[in-house]
Design a protein around this ligand. Structure first.
Ligand code: NAD
Ligand code: DAU
Length: 347
């Protein structure tokens, strides 16, 4: 299969590209990514070495009309759209960038896919579009109404609705995946797990937003990639598939587990102000993808966390390189929820 992967220089996208090239020796992957701050400088070369002449890279924005020419030039059969602005805290600081890429960019891709002859289109979305659960609520199913709370989640919900509308209006071959919180190697160290690990390894404080009792549903990144692949190959057009390992854990608990694996003291835990509109709990029901497509996760939380901690320990230069960048220092200095004035920007 000849696949266009967007956002393949980011965390999950790069894992998917690697998985796809290794799993299918007759595949070709075209990676299209505009290389924002979230793309690691080494990723493009690393994937190039794995893929050889079965791999091509375009530094291009998904909102660029030239995407249509890339599809044509490589006789692309399917698109997997990972490209997005993805960090909730940043969406609170600058929602515009999220609307530009997540909504308008996705719309340009949908249109380009239609012009190129109705390619299979997998749109990678998130459980955050469903909003927040109370402790006793049942987990989100594909039928749960969308109720996003952050600008990030709202922009992803907008893209999901445009994708479903394109499927119905133009009979495009479109499927949507919605997954929970991913973790694993190569995740940018602004997200909770890599941030905890990197800070702990440097004996720096671990910032915990609010009371730390918010619950997230964790999945090892490789399991997510295999779920997307199952949907790409077997998913029914117009359908949404939730992907989850059913591992709901309160933030404080996962932080303590991680510190224990690293043999670092809990005294590093530092409570800070809360994220505005902070979703209390995510929990996703994966029965549909399990029953209809035969997917199931390979890793439980203990196995996944151990692999992740080991990787960050052994690959310090990877995360130190991005933590040294000016943009990272600026963001860290200017966005930390503070005291009672939550999510305050200090300059
Ligand atoms: P990431 O932030 O690590 O990577 C995003 C990639 O997209 C980067 O390489 C970036 O350069 C690229 N990109 C951003 N804007 C672009 C544009 N306009 N044109 C081209 N490329 C652009 O993201 P991630 O965590 O790997 O998430 C990938 C996808 O999975 C996103 O759509 C996200 O919403 C979804 N998702 C993520 C999680 C998670 O826990 N990380 C969970 C569920 C769903
Ligand atoms: O649920 C899927 C989503 O998971 C994806 O769609 C998003 O792209 C991804 O960023 C992630 O969103 P979260 O907001 O859940 O992830 P984040 O790592 O930012 O935060 C996880 C939890 O930890 C959340 O409750 C906020 C809290 N947190 C986060 C950071 C960065 C802290 O307490 N301290 C921190 O420093």
């Amino acid at each position: 299969m000849k696949v266009l992967v967007t956002g393949g220089a980011g965390f999950i996208g790069s894992h998917f590209v690697e998985f796809f090239l290794r799993e299918y020796s007759d595949s070709t992957v075209v990676n299209l990514d505009c290389l924002t701050y979230a793309a690691h400088p080494d990723t493009v070369d690393r994937l190039g070495q794995i893929g050889g002449n079965r791999y091509h890279f375009y530094k291009m924005d998904i909102g660029d009309p030239q995407v249509a020419q890339v599809l044509k030039a490589h006789h692309i059969e399917a698109i997997v759209n990972f490209a997005a602005e993805t960090h909730v805290d940043r969406s609170i600081l600058d929602p515009q960038a999220f609307v530009r890429t997540n909504v308008l960019g996705t719309q340009n891709l949908l249109q380009s896919a239609r012009k190129a002859g109705n390619l299979r289109f997998v749109h990678v979305s998130t459980d955050e579009v469903y909003g927040s659960l109370e402790p006793q609520d049942p987990t989100f199913t594909e039928q749960t109404p969308l109720s996003p709370n952050s600008p990030y989640a709202a922009s992803k919900a907008g893209a999901d609705l445009l994708a479903l509308a394109s499927q119905r209006t133009y009979q495009q071959d479109i499927v949507i995946t919605r997954c929970t919180n991913n973790y694993g190697p190569y995740q940018f160290p602004e997200k909770l797990l890599p941030l905890i690990i990197a800070n702990a390894l440097e004996d720096k404080p671990i910032p915990v937003y609010g009371d730390g009792k918010q619950v997230r549903d964790w999945i090892y990144v490789e399991d997510h990639c295999r779920g997307i692949d199952a949907v790409l190959r077997k998913g029914k057009s117009g359908e949404v598939y939730n992907i989850s390992s059913s591992a709901e854990v309160p933030n404080l608990e996962i932080i303590k587990k991680t510190l224990a694996l690293l043999k670092k003291p809990e005294s590093l835990i530092t409570f800070v102000g809360d994220r505005p509109a902070h979703d209390r709990r995510y929990g996703l029901n994966p029965e549909k993808i399990k029953n209809e497509l035969g997917w199931k996760p390979k890793y439980n939380l203990e196995q996944g966390l151990q692999l992740t901690v080991d990787w960050y320990r052994q690959n310090r230069s990877w995360w130190e390189k991005v933590r040294d960048q000016e943009y990272f220092k600026y963001y860290q200095a200017n966005y930390q929820p503070k005291g009672s004035k939550t999510g305050e920007v200090t300059s």
